[in-house]
Design a protein around this ligand. Structure first.
Ligand code: LHQ
Length: 258
């Protein structure tokens, strides 16, 4: 199976699983990943996701052996198999932690950036490999990169295709944190479990609000915050959060709408 799903209390771990190819992506894998995300979304008890790779790499992007003989007009449509994954990751109402356990190249790097909080092992590298094979960053790369690191660094990353070490990626704001390789998976589980115990409806609204802010004026965003805050405040978790504060105890959030 190219995608593994492990269910933990409150959250699921999804593992890209073609370790002998550094988890390079195939159409089948894209479909399996999308199906796993959809199943997670449909299960109310899943309140966060952890995405990682099996073996020594996170994901080496599109499997190049699969497209070596592609003719004119056959490459663009391939993205119709991966773009729904990016859309689903961003639309999903639960937070996604990406644990980048090794090289994240091409579409594999940009898949990681579609997550909400990206942790990487110190030995991991991020590589916009596309320029090396005459392509442009895809799977959201041209959208994520300038927003995460600014236009100057985005251009150099996209044009030079040099590997960026995890620590530099963290310094530049491309990811949340670089951690010791040996700590990565435990740290990712801790973080995902913590997110799964938070107010899930608010987490989903945070995702939507921050993405909307990328195109909104301040004026529109203020309106959106008012509407989203109203929605968050209708959740039982809001009432529980306030009560817990006043009673000086930790909140017991359920993530439920009613
Ligand atoms: C691979 C791959 C790989 C197949 C390592 N494919 N086998 C484009 C077109 C259309 C639609 C969809 O989207 C895209 C977007 C893209 O993602 S284009 C960019 C595709 N990715 C790349 O260009 C990266 C290619 N890989 C590499 O540059 C290196 O493998 C990296 C830097 C990732 C890792 O280098 P090393 O750590 O030195 O490992 P390695 O190169 O020895 O790889 C290990 C094995 O994995 C090796 O196979 P082998 O049989 O020799 O052990 C590689 O051939 C295989 N592999 N990436 N994308």
């Amino acid at each position: 199976m190219t995608i593994l799903v492990d269910k933990h209390p409150g959250y699921w771990q999804i593992t890209l699983n073609r370790p002998d190819r550094l988890n390079a992506l195939t159409i089948e894998m894209g479909a399996a990943l999308l199906a796993a995300l959809e199943e997670a979304e449909a299960d109310e008890s899943c309140r966060a996701l952890l995405l990682t790779g099996a073996g020594r790499g996170f994901c080496a992007g599109q499997d190049l052996t699969a497209i070596a003989d592609a003719g004119p007009g056959e490459i663009g449509p391939l993205l119709d198999h991966y773009n729904p994954v990016v859309r689903k990751m961003r639309d999903l109402r639960v937070p996604i932690v990406c644990a980048v356990n090794g090289v994240a190249a091409g579409a594999g790097a940009n898949l990681a950036f579609a997550g909400d909080i990206v942790l990487a092992g110190r030995s991991a590298t991020f590589l916009q490999a596309f320029a090396k094979i005459g392509l442009i960053p895809d799977v959201g790369g041209t959208w994520f990169l300038p927003r995460l690191v600014g236009p100057a660094r985005a251009r150099a990353l996209a044009m030079l295709a040099e590997p960026l070490p995890a620590e530099t990626a963290a310094e530049w704001g491309l990811i949340w944190q670089a951690v010791d390789d040996a700590q990565l998976i435990d740290e990712a589980h801790r973080l995902t479990a913590r997110l799964a115990s938070q107010a899930t409806i608010a987490m989903g609204l945070v995702k939507r609000a921050l993405d909307a802010a990328e195109i909104n004026t301040l004026d529109r965003q203020l309106d959106l915050e008012r509407d989203f805050q109203d929605e968050a405040a209708r959740s039982p978790d809001f009432r529980e959060g306030v009560r817990a504060f006043l009673e000086k105890r930790p909140p017991a959030f359920t993530g439920r709408r009613t």
